[in-house]
Design a protein around this ligand. Structure first.
Ligand SMILES: *Cc1c(COP(=O)(O)O)cnc(C)c1O
Length: 477
């Protein structure tokens, strides 16, 4: 790759041997430049570091002869800065478009573009035929970018949101300046889960369309929000990945309805990429109306927190989304996504997906056993990551105990907690949710369930006096 002139220094046969070794050592890096797809095998840390170093040495702040008189010249006070951003002190993007090449940073621009093509190839290999970008902001903010693009492109004024109680998407809606129409969840027939009926979403769409028609004629409402003079329409933000007892939205049926009514539809798939069940649902939904899907880089790709992934069948819409980002961005969240893709590699990622599935089964089996022994039950919800076990003492107290026992992750939710349950009525059970997400270790599952057993038993003794026949789950604690 680098044409080093060593001729005449050592015997020719040694020179050839040396170049052979060097080329083999650089081969993986060269392959990335040539093929621009996710490598099958993981790359070593040394290879990735060299790769990033080569790229960052193209940026103008590394030019020993550059004369820098701009107000923004990537001048940094310490070398620590350089290390923290992997050499990409100029960041990524050009004011107004995240994925535009930045003249002061040819290396970072190549790095970002390669990240996006590697990410796209990765999703294709998992079965999603889409275009993707890595974003320098986490899931909630990435949802905002998408909503902002929908508002600009179609004049969307209201987000129809099947209620999923996570603050990030809810704040994303208000941050992007859109109104929200909440569609409530209902309790399933067996009383063990909550979901949003597709008919209710369709009715919400109809109501919003009628409302806009009424206002649209007067033309006041329309011009107030819509700079492009388009008739305002609602859009739908559905949720594919959520904590039980809230079921996944039926994204395939929602996509069909959105196609029928010609309404934009984006999907919050925060941790969707790690499990085939979610990917299959996305594949089916993509046959109908899905404008974009948003996933988290840390939940799916084992990066530090701070990045997002947006993907769509429509490459042009991905460009439009990237244009809604105001200004330049720190390169680090993008580099993190790139480092994960290269350091995991396709084969290992598939192996991690397989292990996640097995871990989920182990967690399920252990929790069923615990439920049987404690007069509880594992709720009937088809989540490929999480499991809900009912408790007969205060679940919040149990989760608190687990935290003190150095276990993070379980959520304890009381039947009366309308936000935690995603249900505006009273949920029939107190419960604890546990997750087997990608990267989990089986020994952690075994230990966590063991400590849960201990916490439940202790609590049960303390709380047994409060138990109130079969109605214990509704008692206020
Ligand atoms: C993790 C998660 C988010 C988002 O979070 P960020 O902190 O913005 O990355 C949003 N929605 C759901 C359902 C999530 O699980």
């Amino acid at each position: 790759m680098i044409d080093l002139n060593i001729s005449g220094i050592i015997p020719k046969n040694m020179e050839n041997r040396g170049k052979l070794v060097l080329n083999d050592n650089l081969k993986n890096i060269e392959d990335i430049f040539n093929h621009r797809v996710i490598p099958k095998q993981a790359m070593s840390d040394e290879e990735i570091e060299l790769f990033l170093k080569l790229l960052s040495l193209m940026d103008t702040d590394k030019d020993p002869k550059s004369i820098r008189i701009g107000e923004r010249e990537a001048r940094t006070s310490s070398n620590i800065h350089n290390r923290l951003v992997s050499g990409f002190c100029h960041g990524v993007g050009r004011s107004g478009n995240l994925i535009d090449p930045q003249p002061k940073a040819p290396g970072a621009s190549v790095m970002y573009s390669l990240t996006n093509s590697i990410l796209t190839s990765f999703l294709k290999k998992l079965g999603l035929n889409v275009s993707a970008i890595a974003t320098p902001i986490a899931t909630g903010m990435s949802i905002s970018l998408c909503l902002s693009a929908l508002r600009k492109k179609y004049g969307c004024n209201t987000v129809i949101y099947p209620y999923a109680a996570h603050k990030s998407p809810i704040k994303a809606v208000s941050f992007s300046g859109l109104k929200m129409r909440l569609v409530e969840t209902v309790l399933s027939e067996d009383g063990e889960s909550v979901f949003v009926p597709v008919e209710d979403i369709e009715n919400a769409i109809k109501k919003e369309i009628n409302k806009n028609d009424k206002y649209g004629d007067s033309n006041i409402y329309t011009t107030k929000y819509n700079i492009n003079n388009k008739k305002e329409i609602p859009c739908v933000l559905s949720t594919l990945t959520f904590f039980p007892p809230r079921k996944s939205d039926d994204i395939v049926e929602i996509a069909k309805i959105c196609e029928e009514y010609n309404i934009p539809h984006i999907i919050n798939g925060a941790y969707a990429i790690q499990n085939q069940y979610y990917i299959d649902r996305l594949k089916k939904a993509f046959k109908y109306r899905v404008d974009a899907v948003i996933s988290s880089s840390d939940k799916n790709l084992l990066t530090p927190i701070g990045g997002g992934i947006i993907y769509s069948k429509d490459k042009e819409f991905i460009n439009e989304i990237s244009k809604t980002y105001p200004g330049r961005a720190c390169a680090t969240p993008i580099v993190n996504t790139l480092v994960s893709l290269l350091s995991i590699g396709l084969n290992n990622y598939k192996e991690l997906m397989k292990q996640q599935k097995e871990s989920r089964k182990l967690l399920h089996d252990l929790l069923v056993e615990l439920a049987n022994n404690t007069n509880n039950k594992v709720l009937n919800i088809d989540s490929p990551l999480s499991i809900c076990i009912t408790t007969n003492s205060d679940p919040v107290e149990i989760a608190g105990k687990l935290y003190n026992l150095r276990i993070t992750g379980p959520r304890g939710v009381r039947s009366s907690d309308k936000f935690g349950n995603c249900y505006l009525g009273n949920f029939p059970y107190d419960y604890v949710v546990m997750n087997a997400a990608i990267g989990i270790k089986n020994k952690d599952i075994i230990n966590a369930v063991d400590k849960l057993k201990y916490s439940m038993a202790k609590n049960k003794n303390i709380m047994s006096g409060e138990k109130n026949g079969n109605n214990y789950c509704n008692s206020i604690r």
